[in-house]
Design a protein around this ligand. Structure first.
Ligand SMILES: Cc1ncc(COP(=O)(O)O)c(C=O)c1O
Length: 368
């Protein structure tokens, strides 16, 4: 109900885009993450692209990204004319492997994009120490990890910049939307400029000073978030803690029940990290479970359960193999990929539904 009221109030404002709600959403978001700047954009894809632009990524540069991610993580570098270099993932966290970053660094490497996969923070101490030694930037792809913490720090406040998604399945939604977080004023200024066609003055600014003129400072784009989306974002952000607690509770119930199922490996729980549980990803170990991931997927879908696989590793997708020329060995990603299964998780999931999912998993195992 609060969401609906918030959306309606934005509809009756004078400025429908680039107005006060977006500014307020940015301020609340920066406070939530614990950074100086938050810049609202229309998707995480745009946030990643703008972060690369603001960090002067261009032709000849190499950017290290994990192979187990959504395509947007790597595409941001490609859109700037740079080359993504894929790294393998860590078998515990399923996030980028700090060990595999080192051999991927060349004289052309400019930065690393890490992905807090499923909502699980990466091994940031190790990654930040490598980046510092090698003078590389670290962009955190936080599409899954709003509210996740590494020690006391929110993801999105640890690296050079963070990029968030507000797609409907994410921890909060603005239907479509994204945010860049940073403590770096140059990155913030550049992102703010480029999201609005690199125009020297916004429409509101021109109106307030009574001067129609603007200059164009660079090649920009329209990556703006509108006022209705921002109003929804403010309302959703107020409930983030509650909604993430509901996700965490659901995850605990899954983990408790599935602990007794042979061949189902539940998500890694690391001491100093708070998982945001955007996804609840298990591994189906065929030899022990008795069915492969694909066999289990088909049977559960037939029983009305909505499932997914996150993700086919990038090095197995046609575009990256054929046109980007990615290469290398990814033994962990290749090992875990056929085992990954994302079970239903969202704040309003009921215990009965979790019991149904886990019961069906057990039934499938009992009659393979
Ligand atoms: C890891 C990751 N990065 C980036 C994105 C892109 O987000 P958006 O849909 O907001 O552009 C997604 C989308 O699901 C994602 O999962």
């Amino acid at each position: 109900m609060n969401d609906k009221r918030a959306v309606l109030s934005a509809l009756s404002q004078r400025w429908l885009t680039g107005g006060p709600k977006t500014l307020r959403f940015e301020q609340s978001f920066a406070a939530q993450i614990g950074v100086k700047y938050a810049i609202a954009v229309n998707s995480c894809t745009s946030a990643l692209h703008l972060a690369m632009r603001a960090l002067n990524v261009g032709p000849g540069d190499e950017i290290i990204v994990p192979t187990l991610t959504f395509v947007a993580t790597a595409n941001a570098a490609i859109l700037c004319g740079a080359k993504p270099v894929l790294a393998d993932v860590d078998e515990r966290t399923l996030c980028i492997s700090a060990k595999d970053i080192l051999p991927k660094i060349s004289a052309r490497t400019k930065g690393i994009v890490v992905v807090h996969y499923a909502g699980q923070p990466c091994d940031m101490d190790e990654i930040l120490s490598i980046a510092k030694k090698k003078k590389l930037f670290v962009v955190e792809d936080c599409a899954h990890s709003l509210g996740a913490k590494y020690g006391r720090h929110e993801t999105g406040s640890l690296g050079t910049a963070g990029c968030f998604s507000f797609y409907p399945t994410k921890n909060i939604t603005t239907l479509e939307g994204g945010m860049i977080t940073t403590d770096n004023s140059n990155i913030a200024k550049s992102a703010m400029l480029l999201r609005n066609h690199a125009m020297s003055r916004s429409a509101q600014n021109r109106e307030s000073i009574g001067n129609w003129y603007y200059d164009v400072m660079d090649l920009g784009d329209n990556f703006r978030l509108n006022e209705i989306q921002s109003a929804l974002g403010i309302s959703q952000l107020r409930r983030l803690r509650t909604m993430n607690a509901m996700r965490a509770r659901a995850a605990r119930v899954y983990t408790k029940i599935l602990a007794s199922v042979k061949g189902i490996l539940t998500p890694y729980e690391a001491g100093k990290r708070t998982h945001a549980y955007h996804l609840y990803v298990v591994r189906v170990l065929k030899d022990e479970f008795g069915l492969s991931r694909d066999e289990l997927y088909t049977r559960l879908v037939q029983r009305g359960i909505g499932l997914s696989v996150h993700y086919t590793p990038l090095h197995r997708l046609t575009f990256y193999k054929k046109f980007v020329g990615v290469h290398g060995n990814f033994p962990v990603a290749d090992k875990v990929y056929p085992e990954l299964l994302s079970l239903p998780i969202y704040p309003a999931i009921r215990m009965k539904q979790i019991e149904y999912v886990t019961e069906q998993i057990m039934k499938c195992q009992a009659s393979p």
